[in-house]
Design a protein around this ligand. Structure first.
Ligand SMILES: *[C@@H]1O[C@H](CO)[C@@H](O)[C@H](O)[C@H]1NC(C)=O
Ligand SMILES: *[C@@H]1O[C@H](CO)[C@@H](O)[C@H](O)[C@H]1NC(C)=O
Ligand SMILES: *[C@@H]1O[C@H](CO)[C@@H](O)[C@H](O)[C@H]1NC(C)=O
Ligand SMILES: *[C@@H]1O[C@H](CO)[C@@H](O)[C@H](O)[C@H]1NC(C)=O
Ligand SMILES: *[C@@H]1O[C@H](CO)[C@@H](O)[C@H](O)[C@H]1NC(C)=O
Ligand SMILES: *[C@@H]1O[C@H](CO)[C@@H](O)[C@H](O)[C@H]1NC(C)=O
Ligand SMILES: *[C@@H]1O[C@H](CO)[C@@H](O)[C@H](O)[C@H]1NC(C)=O
Ligand SMILES: *[C@@H]1O[C@H](CO)[C@@H](O)[C@H](O)[C@H]1NC(C)=O
Ligand SMILES: *[C@@H]1O[C@H](CO)[C@@H](O)[C@H](O)[C@H]1NC(C)=O
Length: 412
């Protein structure tokens, strides 16, 4: 009796388990949660929307984007207002869904694909939680050495938009060696941890990477490997940026209005023609933090390197604590090319750099003059950098108090 009731209970649980997750399939418009309207971009096709709250069966749904029973007339698929979605990008018969949008989803689970096929554009909007973004979530057929039998790419992923999405963990190669990307945009995205080599993205000409108003926890080495005309991070909080956490080449690299708790040595490893690092708040800047910001070019240029202008703007930043050698970019390389280094209106609250400024640093070899010039530029009153020199620990020494006052009389 006991055993059979257990079996019956188990049977019920299994039934519930199956009921709990329902695989959705498009049958026709205005049927079981699906609605259609004519596509704006492709007038001869339709945009299909699936609405979870209209289905009576379940809020927990399963979508195989390429196993989708889609007629050739579908331009896009939007899935919205669901509690839980399991999304499969596993490749299948390549139907012409141009873009996929998931919006207002409680919990989104990306199922680890064997071979990934993404639509041309992917939008994730208002997603309360993605616990884990597994390897190969985003990848392109063109980078596969062996083409899978399950279909061949008539289009490749080009644009990725995440808006108001919270993510626990992004695995290595989640954005796997993507090329010819036109747009990558994260707005209001919260991520606890971005693992080593998670995002490798090469942009198309005029392509742009944009991270705005996000919050990133741990950003591991080579988490972002970016090749772009323009790469911007602004209004973003970063807890801990590891060495080469931001790595790559960008004609213009813009890093503004961010709050960074810990900026490790060599964490911003970017070659760029134009660098703007402005209006940020850095809590702790390790020695050599900006040392790998160097002049460099995205495209091999016929123009002589010497004729180009490189710009490094470091303005209006506040640094709560900086280790000695923490604030310089790759000044020796900048010195060897035509470049503008602007270093103005920055505020160093506690600076071990002062040890160098006072000549305490034993660094009289190659580059000493360059360093001296750089330090003189920072200390030049007309550049309006300030330094409170409140006593603080620099390795085992205490940063000097008051003693530098004569150097920058205007500041105190
Ligand atoms: C489903 O959601 C839409 C948009 O949020 C809302 O207008 C509609 O009333 C909801 N339907 C049901 C049955 O809850
Ligand atoms: C996201 O949620 C907000 C607040 O509920 C809503 O105003 C907005 O329209 C949603 N965005 C999308 C794309 O559904
Ligand atoms: C962000 O998405 C959540 C749902 O995950 C929604 O409740 C919230 O209103 C959205 N916020 C904004 C600013 O759109
Ligand atoms: C990355 O993709 C490009 C083509 O898109 C390919 O040439 C290159 O070998 C790939 N690199 C790796 C490490 O897979
Ligand atoms: C980022 O946040 C700022 C301040 O809240 C706001 O003015 C700006 O519009 C936001 N940017 C985007 C792209 O949402
Ligand atoms: C800078 O970011 C803060 C929040 O991080 C925001 O309140 C402020 O509006 C932003 N300023 C600009 C100019 O974007
Ligand atoms: C980015 O990382 C690669 C691989 O570690 C490294 O070879 C390269 O020098 C880094 N880029 C910069 C600008 O430091
Ligand atoms: C940087 O310096 C150059 C040359 O002095 C100047 O033309 C440019 O306006 C400066 N940029 C900023 C943001 O101060
Ligand atoms: C620093 O200057 C203040 C005000 O001028 C003075 O009271 C204090 O004794 C000085 N400290 C040292 C260590 O000289």
């Amino acid at each position: 009796m006991q055993i059979s009731s257990k079996i019956i209970l188990l049977f019920h649980l299994l039934q519930l388990g199956e009921l709990a997750s329902v695989r959705i399939n498009f049958e026709k418009c205005e049927w079981r949660g699906f609605t259609c309207k004519s596509s704006i971009e492709l007038p001869e096709k339709i945009d299909v929307t699936f609405q979870c709250n209209d289905t009576v069966t379940s809020q927990d749904i399963e979508i195989y984007i390429w196993g989708f029973n889609s007629p050739l007339t579908i331009a896009s698929l939007t899935v919205q207002n669901c509690e839980k979605v399991h999304l499969h990008f596993s490749c299948g018969d390549n139907k012409a869904i141009q873009w996929l949008k998931l919006r207002n989803i409680g919990n989104l689970e990306l199922m680890q694909p064997t071979v990934t096929q993404n639509p041309r554009k992917v939008f994730f909007e208002n997603i309360t939680r993605i616990d884990n973004l597994p390897a190969d979530t985003f990848s392109q057929m063109r980078s596969l050495r062996y083409k899978p039998v399950c279909g061949f790419a008539t289009m490749e992923l080009e644009e990725i938009y995440f808006r108001n999405v919270s993510i626990g963990n992004i695995e290595t190669a989640a954005f796997k060696n993507l090329s010819e990307i036109r747009k990558f945009e994260w707005t209001d995205v919260v991520v606890d941890k971005i693992n080593y080599g998670a995002l490798k993205i090469q942009f198309a000409d005029n392509g742009e990477g944009l991270i705005v108003n996000c919050s990133l926890g741990v950003v591991e080495p080579l988490a972002f490997q970016i090749t772009a005309d323009r790469f911007t991070i602004k209004g973003t909080k970063i807890q801990d940026l590891w060495p080469s956490g931001l790595n790559g080449t960008s004609s213009k690299f813009i890093f503004t209005n961010n709050t960074v708790k810990n900026l490790q040595s060599g964490s911003i490893a970017i070659l760029a023609q134009n660098v703007v690092i402005a209006s940020n708040y850095f809590t702790n800047v390790e020695s050599g933090a900006f040392n790998k910001v160097s002049p460099g070019l995205l495209h091999d240029s016929q123009t002589h390197f010497g004729k180009l202008q490189f710009v490094y703007d470091f303005n209006h930043n506040t640094i709560a604590h900086v280790e000695d050698k923490g604030i310089r970019p790759d000044i020796e390389t900048y010195r060897n090319v035509a470049s503008y280094l602007n270093y103005t209106d920055n505020h160093l609250q506690c600076s071990c750099e002062s040890l160098s400024w006072l000549g305490a640093e034993v660094d009289l070899g190659f580059g000493y003059n360059v360093l001296k010039d750089f330090n003189m530029m920072i200390l030049n009153p007309k550049n309006k950098n300030s330094c409170t020199f409140r006593p603080c620990m620099c390795f085992s020494a205490t940063a000097p108090e008051n003693v530098s006052a004569p150097l920058i009389p205007a500041v105190f």
